[in-house]
Design a protein around this ligand. Structure first.
Ligand SMILES: [Fe+2]
Length: 381
């Protein structure tokens, strides 16, 4: 796989690479903490397989199921407690972005004097943690290759990113067969997040020729396969391309950052407990329209990548891309309003303030004012 030069994550992108996990763990340690979401491993029989494979290799392990919505600091601290209690020397995170972010944060900051300070006080990690093997079971966030973990404190409505080179996973193990188990709705949400990340990376003010190459390929892979998976959930080849596409998008945005959709998505998502990918799907088309005058050429490229068509008029070509995104989301029943999910204007001032302060917003191709954020929010309501 094409990879950003300075990204140190070892990527294994092979169907059935799950079976390489014991050997990988053994090369890094002998006592693993396995983090998972709800009951993924058990439900699909992978826990028994893993237990047997680890036993054969002489690897001891404990496992932890996430207990909170998305990636909560309480889960991170519980994992750190387990790491120390069981003398774990490697973490394996099996799941979607939230699980991988929790595993990543726990592995990365477990040796800090007070790991909660890293989150609440925003302190940079000073120590090296323990290695993480990230195993995505859904194509989406690309957290398996990024050096940051989005962590929240649900009770205090805090959601922020811990970012440090110590958070880079050691290995990302991409086994598309694991994603066959994902139900249609979360698969659509997560895939929409991946598409959004690829598009925001491409039009980001931090984009370079290198990140553009990654983003373009990501938009193509995701654009070609997002709806295919919705219509044919067992299409393993499409699942593999989606997983690769989401990783390419993450390799790009981890260098050039994201945009207004992600700036707004976090404060809205955490307040109303809406899955991140769904918030992104609702926000993406109006944000693309609003940004368009500041990045016509790039949005025209997106139109070409998503439809295969070239038009004389670049603005029309750009709109063709936005329409393709709308059509895809409509087909997956994601063309819904925030109000249908219980969102109101009650916290709008806070949402505006937090959106404008986010680092994603700073990389949006069009600078946003308070009125811009309010206008987008109200369009989506
Ligand atoms: Fe995202």
């Amino acid at each position: 796989m094409q990879k950003a030069a300075e990204n140190p994550v070892r990527i294994i992108d092979e169907i059935d690479s799950f079976y390489k996990l014991p050997g990988l763990v053994y090369s890094l340690g002998s006592r693993a903490l396995v983090v998972q979401g709800k009951s993924f491993l058990k439900k699909f029989g992978y826990l028994e397989k893993l237990e047997s494979l680890f036993r054969d290799k002489g690897i001891a392990f404990v496992h932890y199921n996430l207990k909170h919505f998305e990636s909560d600091i309480r889960d991170v601290l519980a994992c750190i407690h387990l790491i120390h209690a069981h003398h774990s020397d490697v973490v394996v995170a099996f799941g979607g972005g939230a699980v991988i972010d929790v595993g990543k944060a726990a592995a990365g900051i477990c040796n800090e004097p007070d790991p909660s300070d890293t989150f609440y006080k925003g302190l940079s990690p000073q120590k090296i943690g323990i290695p993480l093997i990230a195993v995505p079971t859904i194509a989406g966030t690309g957290a398996e290759v990024t050096p940051n973990a989005v962590i929240s404190d649900e009770e205090k409505n805090i959601k922020k990113s811990i970012r440090s080179p110590v958070l880079f996973p050691h290995t990302a193990l991409l086994d598309a067969r694991l994603t066959l188990t994902v139900p249609q709705a979360p698969s659509s949400y997560s895939g929409s997040d991946a598409l959004c990340q690829a598009i925001e990376a491409y039009v980001s003010t931090g984009a370079t020729d290198d990140t553009d190459e990654l983003s373009q390929k990501a938009i193509r892979y995701i654009g070609e396969n997002l709806m295919a998976i919705y219509e044919r959930p067992l299409d393993l080849a499409a699942r593999k391309k989606m997983l690769t596409g989401s990783v390419l998008a993450a390799l790009a945005f981890s260098r050039c950052r994201l945009g207004a959709v992600h700036g707004m998505a976090h404060p809205i998502g955490i307040r109303y407990k809406i899955p991140h990918g769904l918030v992104c799907a609702i926000l993406l088309p109006p944000v693309m329209e609003h940004n368009l005058p500041c990045s016509i050429d790039k949005y025209a490229d997106i139109g070409n990548i998503l439809t295969g068509k070239t038009l004389q008029n670049k603005t029309e070509q750009a709109f063709m891309g936005i329409n393709a995104v709308r059509k895809c989301f409509r087909r997956m029943n994601l063309d819904i309003t925030f109000s249908s999910l219980g969102v109101t204007e009650d916290f709008l001032d806070d949402i505006v303030k937090e959106s404008l302060a986010s680092s994603s917003m700073k990389h949006n191709p069009r600078p946003y004012t308070e009125d811009d954020v309010k206008a987008i929010f109200k369009r989506c309501l």
